[in-house]
Design a protein around this ligand. Structure first.
Ligand SMILES: Nc1ncnc2c1ncn2[C@@H]1O[C@H](COP(=O)(O)OP(=O)(O)OP(=O)(O)O)[C@@H](O)[C@H]1O
Ligand SMILES: [Mg+2]
Length: 240
C-alpha cells in the first residue's frame, strides 16, 4: 500500500527508573495526497511520532512503512536516501546551518543529493519566494526573525519534492496571515504532487486544511478520525 502506514507502533524511553510511553500503540494510515493534522498536549508524543515516520527513531514494537517498505528493513544507505529524498521534515527547532545564507540553507537537501550548486539554488529560490522570503535570499539565519527562519526550514523541506511531508508546528512562529499561507502551501503540495502530509499543530486553522484531524493523548490516538468543517478550505486554498 502506498503512503504512510504505522501499525501498532510503540516507542518507550527509559528515563531513570521510569519508562516514558511516548508512543504507545498507534495505528495510522495516511494516503498520498492526504493531509492529516495531529493535535495533542505537550508531551503527548507528536514529535516522537513524526521522528518514527521519518525513520529517525526505530519503534520498540510495531512497524512503520512508507510506500509499502518497512523502514526497519532498510539498509543504512537506503534509510539515508529515504530521509534525504522522500521525507521533507520541518522540525520544531528549524536546524538551519549557521553562517549559511537562506538560499543555500533551502538548497541543502538538493546539494546533498548532488544537484550542482547553481541548479540547486535555482530550484530552491521559488520555494523561498512562496514562503514570502524572496527578498531575504542572502540573509544569514542570525539576521532573520524566528518566523523567517521557520519559513526557510519549510522551503528547505519542500524544495526537493518530498513524497512525505512531516511538519512539526510549521506555523508555530508565524502570524495568522503567514501561517495561513504556509498551510495553503502544504495543502497545495499535497493536492498537486500527491504528497502525504502529516502536520503537528496547535493552529485551529490547520483543521480547516486537513482531510482528517487526530488528537494524541499519552502516546495514543484519543479520538476516532473526524471530518473537520471544510468551510475555510476554499478561502485558504485561494491564498496559494
Ligand atoms: N529521547 C528521549 N528520551 C526520553 N524521553 C523522551 C525522549 N524523547 C521524548 N521523550 C518524552 O516522550 C514524551 C513525548 O515527547 P514528544 O516530544 O513526542 O512530545 P510532543 O507531543 O511533541 O510535545 P510538544 O508539544 O511539547 O512538542 C515526553 O514526555 C518526552 O519527555
Ligand atoms: Mg513536539
Amino acid at each position: 500500500m502506498s503512503g504512510l502506514e504505522l501499525r501498532e507502533v510503540v516507542k518507550h524511553f527509559a528515563s531513570g527508573e521510569e519508562t516514558v510511553r511516548a508512543v504507545d500503540g498507534i495505528t495510522l494510515t495516511v494516503a498520498p495526497g492526504e493531509v492529516v493534522a495531529l493535535y495533542g498536549p505537550s508531551g503527548s508524543g507528536k514529535t516522537t511520532l513524526l521522528l518514527l515516520a521519518a525513520g529517525l527513531l526505530t519503534p520498540g514494537a510495531g512497524s512503520v512503512r512508507f510506500d509499502g517498505r518497512d523502514l526497519a528493513q532498510l539498509s543504512q544507505q537506503e534509510a539515508a536516501e529515504y530521509q534525504r529524498r522522500d521525507v521533507g521534515f520541518i522540525s520544531q527547532s528549524f536546524d538551519l546551518l549557521p553562517g549559511v545564507p537562506a538560499l543555500d540553507n533551502a538548497a541543502v537537501k538538493l546539494l546533498a543529493d548532488r544537484v550542482p550548486l547553481a541548479a540547486a539554488r535555482r530550484e530552491a529560490t521559488p520555494w523561498l519566494e512562496r514562503v514570502g522570503l524572496g527578498r531575504r535570499l542572502h540573509h544569514l539565519p542570525a539576521h532573520l526573525s524566528g518566523g523567517e527562519r521557520q519559513r526557510v526550514a519549510i522551503a528547505r523541506a519542500l524544495a526537493n519534492a518530498p513524497r512525505l511531508v512531516l511538519a512539526d508546528e510549521p506555523t508555530g512562529n508565524l502570524d495568522t496571515e503567514r501561517g495561513a499561507e504556509v498551510l495553503a502551501l502544504l495543502l497545495r503540495v499535497s493536492r498537486e504532487r500527491g504528497a502525504t502530509v502529516v502536520l503537528v499543530t496547535h493552529d485551529p486553522l490547520a483543521a480547516e486544511v486537513a482531510d482528517r484531524v487526530l488528537t494524541l493523548r499519552d502516546g495514543r490516538i484519543a479520538d476516532a478520525p473526524q471530518q473537520p468543517g471544510k468551510t475555510g478550505t476554499v478561502a485558504i486554498a485561494r491564498r496559494c
